[in-house]
Design a protein around this ligand. Structure first.
Ligand code: FES
Length: 155
């Protein structure tokens, strides 16, 4: 097994932050047209030193092992980040200790990145507003595609 696969297996043996955050401030869901997998992410914010930072992040994946491992890693390293910082994290940064994803697995990381971006887009700084959790399909479709692959937010 390559060291990448070993790290994936280690992350899967004890995945972190799986499941819904009941009182989440934001939620994002995306599906990958490449493989049909889906990932949903929840974010809960808190106030720290006058800044609004991510207190907890969680996920649920209907996807491959790499997506689950990356989501587990990403939800750990999102803690303490501001929304602005989180928005600028690249796929390769979200993988944390897993290291760079092999080319075949990049889209698995993009699924995690897409769910995070979708959640951040849905976040209302003044608190959750009804109707703010789910973007309209039309708004989702107008989002610029990241790279060649289009990750589609799902209602
Ligand atoms: Fe679909 Fe990994 S194979 S997310």
């Amino acid at each position: 097994m390559s060291s990448f696969e070993t790290k994936i297996q280690e992350a899967l043996a004890n995945p972190k932050n799986q499941g819904e955050i009941e009182d989440a401030d934001a939620m994002g869901t995306v599906g990958s047209p490449e493989c049909g997998d889906m990932l949903r992410m929840w974010l809960k914010f808190t106030e720290k030193d006058g800044k609004r930072v991510i207190d907890r992040a969680s996920f649920q994946a209907f996807g491959c092992q790499t997506a689950i491992a990356v989501a587990s890693m990403a939800t750990e390293l999102l803690r303490g980040k501001t929304a602005e910082e989180a928005k600028h994290l690249t796929v390769q940064e979200l993988t944390g200790e897993l290291g760079p994803l092999p080319p075949m697995k990049i889209h698995c990381g993009q699924l995690v990145e897409g769910a995070l971006r979708n959640a951040l887009d849905n976040d209302a700084p003044a608190g959750p507003a009804p109707g703010n959790m789910a973007p309209t399909l039309a708004a989702s479709l107008h989002r610029p595609a990241a790279g060649k692959l289009r990750i589609v937010p799902i209602e």
